[in-house]
Ligand binder design. Structure first.
Ligand code: NAG
Ligand code: NAG
Ligand code: NAG
Length: 302
């Protein structure tokens, strides 16, 4: 037995290289797996590769503009998402739905708001560099670039000092019937998003402008109302005010009388210009109407 202890030790010692064997083999196996599988493994397919849920804000925007623009775009998405939820919940039984869309089916409305709230954001861009020189025009808060960049919109410095945050809904004396569509940055940007061909598809357009005209369109032509950008803005503002901001009350307001309306729009022209009002506070309503005859719409009346 005395002689067997060294033998056992020897056996143990000599077995240690052997016991390292499996470790080495495992390592080899790992190495082989990586080496062998890398070229033959199919690249995992990402169906939405290249898509984005981040607001595309151009490098020309400074830190302040970037922060405020992101906030405004988030507000636009919040307004649109709630408008969609309201329609999904109530469909055409909603008084507000009937007010703005008449007897139209609800699906197209849901679609526009969903595109704004959740659609891909990689195909359009917001920039701040006044690349077309239009920001010098009095009252211009921004413009779609039209032929100079179809999926690009310029936001001018004026927007950052005049547009209000969604938290202020129904504040500052705002009412849906009398307030400018650009009073809240979020609703202003819904309009600007719809001008981007990848969002509005050239189908969401200008069919009626003022509050009164939009309500008229709901009765006369629901099929146009569901793709009228101003109607889509008004509805989103009205349901957000009523459902969320000031529950069960909102701030619908009363439409202005004809002459009064003109004064109103001039007043807003200087404080918070809209697509419905002319670019210059002193311009006549005829000029404002002319502004909308351009096929590139917003470009000449923002
Ligand atoms: C609402 O939609 C239903 C179909 O679901 C239709 O029968 C009805 O006429 C619509 N009502 C209004 C007011 O549009
Ligand atoms: C496009 O660019 C040209 C030349 O800079 C300019 O005159 C025109 O107003 C621009 N168009 C728009 C829609 O801004
Ligand atoms: C960023 O832009 C805003 C307006 O668009 C301007 O008021 C501000 O001075 C700019 N900030 C800097 C640091 O340049």
């Amino acid at each position: 037995m005395k002689g067997t202890i060294p033998t056992v030790l020897m056996a143990l010692l000599s077995s240690s290289p052997a016991s390292a064997g499996p470790v080495q083999r495992r390592q080899e196996t790992v190495t082989q797996t990586v080496t062998a599988s890398a070229p033959s493994a199919p690249t995992p397919w990402t169906w939405n590769a290249g898509g984005s849920q981040t607001w595309p804000i151009h490098e020309s925007c400074n830190a302040t503009e970037r922060a405020l623009l992101k906030k405004g775009l988030d507000d636009a998405a919040t307004l649109a998402a709630h408008a969609k939820d309201h329609v999904l919940r109530f469909g055409n039984s909603s008084d507000l739905f009937q007010k703005y869309f008449g007897m139209a089916p609800s699906a197209e409305v849901v679609g526009w708001y969903d595109k704004i709230a959740n659609g891909d954001r990689s195909r359009f861009k917001f920039r701040c560099d006044n690349v077309d020189g239009n920001c010098v025009l009095p009252g211009w808060g921004g413009h779609w670039r039209g032929e100079n960049g179809t999926d690009e919109t310029v936001i001018c410095p004026l927007s950052y000092t005049t547009r209000h945050p969604l938290e202020g809904m129904c504040g500052y004396g705002y009412t849906v019937a009398r307030g400018a569509l650009s009073f809240y940055f979020g609703s202003d940007l819904i309009h600007r998003l719809l001008h981007m061909p990848s969002v509005g598809e050239g189908a969401a357009e200008h069919f009626a402008d003022s509050y009164a005209e939009c309500l008229e369109l709901a009765v006369k032509n629901p099929a146009e109302a569901v793709r009228n950008s101003h109607t889509l803005q008004y509805f989103a503002l009205d349901v957000y005010a009523f459902d969320v901001a000031v529950p069960n009350e909102g701030c619908p307001g009363k439409p202005a009388e004809k002459e009064e309306e003109e004064e109103e729009s001039h007043g807003h022209g200087s404080a918070a210009p809209t697509a419905t009002t002319s670019s210059a506070p002193t311009a006549t309503s005829a000029a404002a109407a002319e502004c909308h005859t351009h096929s590139d719409g917003e470009v000449h009346c923002a």
